[in-house]
Design a binder for this molecule. Structure first.
Ligand code: ADP
Length: 485
């Protein structure tokens, strides 16, 4: 129901008040229309309709008698059916035929001069119709007289038709309608109150419910549920809020994970560095071999820390958009050759075997340095995660009409299907690899950010026990427009 607190001064009206006002306005409009048309204007309406009906009947008769003979019975039927007296005169005003249903008390027949009077009226009107409203003392009623010329087939006036019908007093009808209008208005007002209360309840309550859940969400309570109801729009709003809540909770979770991961990843090398520094100070300071070993650990941990910090900085720059792409048109085949030869140089030392299968030169428009970073990140991963027995890594270039596909395959353990969608997430590192391989969990996030900035398609196909293939597709460079000058 409508409550006083729903009316808020200086603010938008609440939905309950609006619905209530809407229904009340509807009731008022219905009442005003009914009162105006059914009560106030009833007399005028009735008269207009009566004039139009008597004119229609009289003109129809005139049309009929233009070609047909006047038959008394037909004239009587027309008079009875339309509750009117009919008089047909010739061009000189002499009576040809007539029918009176008011026993000679009508305006046409209760005095000897009446017909002549209307005949003269019609003649003076030069062929136009006449409509007269007069009071009939004998019948104590208002009456309408309508007259129109009767033409022959040559369109010459051959006579006149004059009809007379009664205007029934509308006072009693007006009174009945007045009472009916009042009754209908009261019934409408009651129905309006009930319906508006129902509609307000149906719309207002779900919106209030959504509002209180949204407040809980704003305070960080992601368990708040958003239930719609009432109408499709409120259902949509509930769905959107549920989606927003879900996304916010994911972001919140990611943020917490991020802090946990970063602090964990940073704490480990820092702890190691502190421990080894203390060992050098307390134990191995005078032992050059041990000291060398411990110092190497500190250097490795420093490298790991700076790798992590650099990756974090690079990723945040890419994601925040502060690092823009520097586009240039390059031959990707040449770029791949160059990278492959660099990796082949290290393969003996690091114990992997790189196979490069290139294709014809292919021009792409990209940020060369960043695309190189993508390829190197993927190659490093393939080398790190390929099988210990078969340390083969394959780099492929596959030219297509509209793009070039770059594939990097390894023969490692592969990735579980449910983990594939996680590997491009920040700080994700498989449990199996955390211990074995030094990494930050940011390499693939950087790959994803760069490829997304370029608008390239990318993905991974992997089979457990067989290995993985990471790929991306770079669009062909638009051929330069020839300069005619
Ligand atoms: P990092 O390699 O530093 O851990 P990445 O973002 O490059 O971080 O990779 C995230 C995780 O994805 C890795 O820890 C690893 O578990 C998995 N992964 C990446 N590349 C491969 C691959 N070629 N084969 C199997 N797993 C991989």
């Amino acid at each position: 129901m409508l409550k006083f607190k729903d009316i808020r001064i200086g603010k938008n009206l609440s939905i309950r008040v609006k619905i209530w006002l809407f229904f009340m306005m509807l009731v008022c409009i219905v009442f005003i229309l009914m009162w105006t048309f059914q009560v106030l204007l009833l007399g005028q309406f009735y008269e207009i309709m009566k004039v139009s009906s008597i004119s229609r009947v009289t003109k129809n008769l005139a049309k009929t008698y233009q070609t047909e003979q006047i038959i008394s019975d037909d004239l009587r039927d027309a008079a009875m059916q339309n509750d009117m007296c009919i008089e047909v005169l010739n061009a000189e005003g002499a009576e040809i035929n007539y029918k009176c249903i008011f026993s000679g008390n009508c305006l046409l027949h209760n005095g000897s001069n009446d017909i002549y009077f209307y005949y003269m009226d019609l003649k003076q009107n030069a062929g136009k119709d006449i409509v007269r409203k007069l009071y009939n003392d004998t019948m104590q009623s208002e009456m309408l007289v309508y007259g129109c010329p009767l033409y022959d087939t040559n369109n010459e006036i051959k006579g006149y038709i004059i009809t007379n019908s009664r205007l029934v007093p509308v006072e009693s009808t007006r009174h009945i309608l007045q009472n009916m209008t009042m009754t209908i208005t009261v019934a409408l007002a009651i129905a309006g109150v009930i319906l508006s209360a129902y509609a307000a309840e149906n719309l207002g309550t779900p919106i209030k419910r959504l509002n209180s859940s949204a407040r809980r969400l704003a305070l960080g309570d992601y368990t708040a549920s958003f239930v719609g109801g009432g109408c499709a729009e409120v259902d949509d709003l509930a769905d959107t809020l549920t989606y927003a809540s879900h996304e916010l909770s994911k972001t919140d979770e990611m943020q917490r994970d991020l802090i946990a991961n970063v602090s964990h990843d940073m704490r480990t090398p820092l702890t190691m560095m502190k421990a080894y520094a203390e060992m050098i100070r307390d134990l191995s300071g005078d032992n050059p071999v041990k000291r060398e070993q411990h110092l190497n650990v500190i250097i490795e941990e420093t490298d790991r820390l700076s790798l992590l910090v650099n990756d974090m900085l690079d990723l945040s720059k890419l994601e925040s958009g502060t690092q823009k792409l520097e586009y240039q048109t390059i031959d990707i085949s040449e770029k791949l050759c160059e990278i492959a030869s660099r990796y082949e140089g290290l393969s003996e030392k690091m114990g992997y075997h790189l196979i490069f299968t290139g294709d014809a030169p292919y021009m792409i428009h990209c940020d060369s340095g960043k695309i190189e970073r993508v390829i190197c990140n993927l190659l490093n991963n393939a080398i790190n995660y390929t099988s210990k027995e078969d340390r083969t890594v394959i780099l492929r270039q596959i030219n297509r009409p509209d793009c070039v596909r770059i594939e990097i395959s390894d023969r490692g353990d592969g990735i579980e299907e449910d983990k594939i969608k996680l590997i491009f997430d920040k700080y994700y590192r498989s449990e199996n690899h955390k211990r074995e391989v030094v990494g930050t969990g940011l390499g693939l996030s950087i790959v994803k950010a760069i490829l997304k900035m370029h608008g390239y398609n990318y993905g991974v196909n992997s089979k457990l026990g067989e290995g993985s293939t990471f790929w991306f597709e770079a669009n062909a460079a638009v051929p330069p427009v020839a300069d005619d000058k």
